[in-house]
Design a protein around this ligand. Structure first.
Ligand SMILES: CC(=O)SCCNC(=O)CCNC(=O)[C@H](O)C(C)(C)COP(=O)(O)OP(=O)(O)OC[C@H]1O[C@@H](n2cnc3c(N)ncnc32)[C@H](O)[C@@H]1OP(=O)(O)O
Ligand SMILES: CC(C)C(=O)C(=O)O
Length: 557
């Protein structure tokens, strides 16, 4: 059997009885390090050109990242050239520290420093694999041998740095494949490295703990981080960094739980590009903090620019459901969601804290528009349809007409499939309710009130027909005239008038529902004033039932 789960070994949980991280709450942003130009780049089908790297670097600086891993200069000429370009062309702002990666191999470390010559400040990041699988199967070495690679690398990093005293150096060590490494052994290697570097004597040191491959649930990673923080020497003198991958889809969760467990720093990439299923997504984690009222210390307000640049440099498109960044992440198609969003937005007052159902953050904060929040398809309801007409055409519908019209929109959506845009919704409304048959087009009206009510005269159609009637109000008077003239029974079930907002040609909208000879007819009309709109809506509704006015009048006579 090819699909055989029994060939996999379950991950062993960390034996821990003093777990504190589950009760912690993140209250401030960690130090961020963007590794798009290194881990992101090494995972691309087409690694970035120097020009693409420059564009992405400039974006990372603009967004506010202060530590940026720019590549693996000893591994490829473009990475080396890019490092030289940044330094020689003085393109690194004073508050930004570039970071470069190297394996713990002498020739690579030498070349790394050549790439960094002249840098004002830099992080040299050296790594070697420490996991059981790598020790046994890749390096064929025991624990001591692997530790020696780390220690030799650390020594060389320190020695060569001393040749460049004008640069402000930070050293970073990663026990690569940390998640597959026994914790006591990881601590032993880290201690051996910090014994060389002596952060307690003033050297800036970062110990980066990678989930090179995400192997367990994020709580297990948090246990590993808390354990290391509790058990390494010189903890208070080093910055503990994490670098998570997304193999199980929990890269961000692991990063967040690791911060709860004591990590000071988080490495990741914009939109999570990186090896296999990607790196920890900086956009998501930063925006998760933001949505909790925590300053993420990076500015994601121009999300369109972030996605544009990342897409252009990685040649990977953004998933429409990508948290905070995807095209559809602030869009509701479902009727009940649309209804709740519409009501919450209407309820909200200037200066209120954000508390809108179905929208974890205000889309405007990321440069998005409320227009894209409600979009209509066959899953939508009356609230959404009403919202679109209000938003785009300043047309407010009474509840009874929202119910009726949304069924018409839904039928259209079901017939054609997919989305119905706002223009089509408006056209459907016009065709179904606003269209006026010339034979029933109101030309003039005259209303006189006396003690017994209103005497109404209406003229409509071409050639003009004039009707007179009497009633308690204008509508009742015209209803009476129509009943008498056409021999119909007519009752008005509902009618509503609205003054229209700015930006429309008419000033008033009237909506009416009548029962004529036992049948329901609804209509609406736009006009200069509410009385004209109401009378026109009434004539149109009657016309829908009666047909050509003269012939019926003649037949009745
Ligand atoms: C988890 C990560 O993301 S780590 C970053 C990984 N990034 C990359 O691999 C991209 C850049 N790498 C490269 O371009 C190349 O691998 C290079 C230039 C670094 C090295 O290239 P080469 O030496 O030609 O080949 P290769 O990578 O296969 O070398 C592996 C050798 O390095 C050793 N090695 C691997 N990692 C390390 C390390 N961190 N420290 C010391 N030695 C190491 C291996 O044991 C192997 O040794 P062997 O040749 O005796 O078997
Ligand atoms: C070099 C290290 C930090 C790495 O990229 C990883 O382990 O994923």
């Amino acid at each position: 059997m090819a699909f055989d789960h029994s060939k996999y070994i379950p991950f062993q949980p960390v034996r821990k009885t003093d777990r504190r991280w589950p009760d912690k709450v993140i209250e401030k942003a960690p130090d961020w390090c963007a590794v798009d130009l290194r881990d992101g780049n090494q995972a691309l089908v087409k690694p970035m050109t120097v020009a693409q790297k420059q564009r992405l670097f400039d974006l990372l600086v603009k967004v506010g990242f202060k530590q940026i891993e720019i590549g693996f200069p000893a591994a490829s000429q473009p990475d080396f050239d890019f490092c030289r370009k940044l330094i020689e062309e003085n393109r690194i702002p004073d508050d930004v520290r570039i970071q470069v990666l190297t394996q713990a191999r002498p020739e690579l470390i030498e070349r790394t420093y050549q790439a960094l010559e002249g840098a004002k400040r830099a992080i040299v990041h050296v790594y070697n694999s420490t996991s059981t699988v790598q020790r046994e199967q890749v390096f064929g070495m025991d624990r001591e041998g692997i530790k020696q690679i780390a220690v030799n690398g650390a020594r060389l990093v320190q020695e060569i740095a001393a040749r460049y005293p004008d640069t402000d150096w930070t050293f970073q060590y990663s026990p690569e494949s940390f998640t597959g490494t026994e914790l006591d052994y990881a601590a032993e290697v880290i201690d051996a490295v910090t014994e060389v570097w002596r952060p307690d004597q003033g050297q800036k040191v970062i110990i980066n703990l990678p989930a090179t491959v995400e192997m367990a649930t994020p709580n297990v990673f948090a246990d590993q981080i808390e354990w290391i923080c509790d058990n390494i020497q010189r903890r208070e003198h080093v910055s503990i960094s994490v670098h998570t991958h997304n193999d199980r889809g929990c890269g961000v969760a692991a990063g967040e739980l690791a911060v709860m467990a004591g990590a000071d720093r988080v490495e990741g990439t914009l939109m999570g590009n990186g090896e296999r299923t990607g790196n920890m997504d900086l956009v998501t984690m930063a925006m998760n903090l933001y949505s909790q009222g925590i300053d993420p210390k990076v500015d994601m307000s121009n999300m369109a620019e972030i996605t544009d640049v990342v897409e252009a440099c990685t040649e990977i498109s953004t998933h429409p459901r990508h948290p905070y960044a995807g095209e559809l992440v602030f869009t509701a198609f479902s009727g009940s969601h649309q209804d709740a969003i519409r009501k919450c937005l209407a309820y909200r007052k200037e200066g209120d804290k954000w508390n809108v159902a179905y929208l974890p953050i205000d889309p405007k904060d990321l440069g998005r528009r409320y227009e894209e929040v409600v979009r209509i398809n066959s899953q939508s309801g009356k609230g959404g349809v009403a919202h679109v007409l209000e938003r785009d055409y300043k047309i407010s519908l009474p509840r009874w007409l929202q119910i009726e019209f949304s069924q018409c929109v839904q039928k259209e959506a079901e017939t054609h499939g997919g989305e119905i845009d706002s223009h089509t919704i408006h056209r459907l409304f016009e065709d179904r309710y606003l269209a006026v048959d010339n034979a029933w087009r109101l030309t003039t009206y005259d209303l006189h009130r006396d003690e017994e009510g209103v005497n109404a005269t209406v003229k409509f159609g071409q050639p003009a027909i004039e009707l007179k009637g009497h009633g308690l109000g204008a509508v009742e008077a015209v209803v009476a005239a129509l009943q008498d003239t056409y021999g119909i029974t007519l009752a008005v079930e509902a009618y509503d008038e609205f003054a229209l907002g700015e930006g429309t040609n008419a000033n008033a909208l009237a909506c009416i529902r009548i029962v004529v000879d036992g049948e329901i007819r609804s209509s609406a009309a736009l006009a200069e004033d509410t009385t004209s709109a109401t009378l026109q809506a009434l004539l149109s509704a009657v016309g829908n039932h009666v047909g050509a006015p003269e012939s019926v009048a003649a037949a009745t006579a």
